[in-house]
Every structure is written in C-alpha cells, then in structure tokens.
Write a protein that binds this ligand. Structure first.
Ligand code: SF4
Length: 157
C-alpha cells in the first residue's frame, strides 16, 4: 500500500514537471507565426508557464506549427518531429496548420490539409489568425492534458 502511494506520488510529480517545463521549437510559414512571436514576447510571456524556446529539436519536447504546411515541406517537418525528445507534443496554431485554411486542397494542390496528416497533433488552436491569448489558451490545454492523462501519449505517438 505504501509502495503504490509512493509510485502514484512520483507519477504525479513527473506529470507536473513535464507539463510545467515544455521546451519548444516553432515553425512558422505564414502570418500566424507573427502571433506566435507575439505570444513569446514580453507582453504575453510564455516563459511564465515554463515554456522556453529552443533552437535544437533534440532539446525540445514541444513543436509549435503555425502557417501553411506544403507537401514540399512536410517531410522536413516529420524529420524535425522525429528528432525531438520523447514524450513529445505538437500544438497546431491557426486554420492553415489545422486544416489547410484558405489554401486547403480544394483551392490549392500544394498544401497539406492539416499538419495532423504528417505528425500527431495534441492541441489545435483555431483562428485565422488566432490571437496570442488563444495560443496561450491552447498551451494551457496542453499542460492540462499532460498533467491529467499520462496514457494519452502512448495512444497517440
Ligand atoms: S491561418 Fe490565416 S493568419 Fe494563419 S497563416 Fe493561415 S492565412 Fe495566415
């Protein structure tokens, strides 16, 4: 009984630590990238949630995808994702990353209809573009998901 209590406590601490220290890389191929930059800046300050920008995917466990994902760039995005630390998470920001947006397959032959066609996505942030508050909201939803459902990452990765 004492052992299971101990394991449960350690598991909760691990989940809390993971959700509170998301180190991210960000890819921006459209106007939504400006909103992500705005959320990273001093006014909205993602760092107060424990989110630190990284330049090396091998030091990151969160990928923020914003803007159009073309068929040409998709393999490189997948490569970037594969290089990241596990467990890893993906935040899709804006209509283009979520479903192709105004450049969806009906209007363009070169755009992927959502980044989830290439890599698994944990949280979708809607909007064209979403405001920094919406991006922060998506990040908080991701933190809740990580701290509340550990089995989730095994189902989706
Ligand atoms: S969702 Fe809208 S604002 Fe964002 S990259 Fe696409 S067109 Fe631009």
């Amino acid at each position: 009984m004492a052992g299971s209590f101990y394991l449960s406590t350690v598991g909760r601490i691990l989940k809390w630590a993971r959700s509170s220290s998301l180190w991210y890389i960000s890819t921006g191929t459209g106007c939504c990238a400006d909103e992500v930059l705005g959320a990273m800046g001093c006014r909205y300050d993602l760092e107060r949630f424990g989110c630190l920008p990284q330049v090396d995917p091998r030091q990151a466990d969160l990928l923020i995808v914003s803007g159009v994902v073309s068929h040409k760039i998709a393999p490189y995005l997948k490569e970037l994702y594969d290089e990241m630390l596990a467990p890893k998470y993906v935040l899709a920001v804006g209509a283009c990353a979520n479903c192709g947006g105004p450049f969806s397959s009906e209007s363009s032959y070169s755009v992927v209809a959502g980044v989830d066609q290439v890599i698994p996505v944990d949280v979708f942030v809607p909007g064209c573009p979403p405001r920094p508050e919406a991006i922060m909201n998506g990040l908080l939803a991701l933190q809740e998901k990580i701290s509340g459902q550990e089995s989730y990452r095994f189902e989706n990765k």
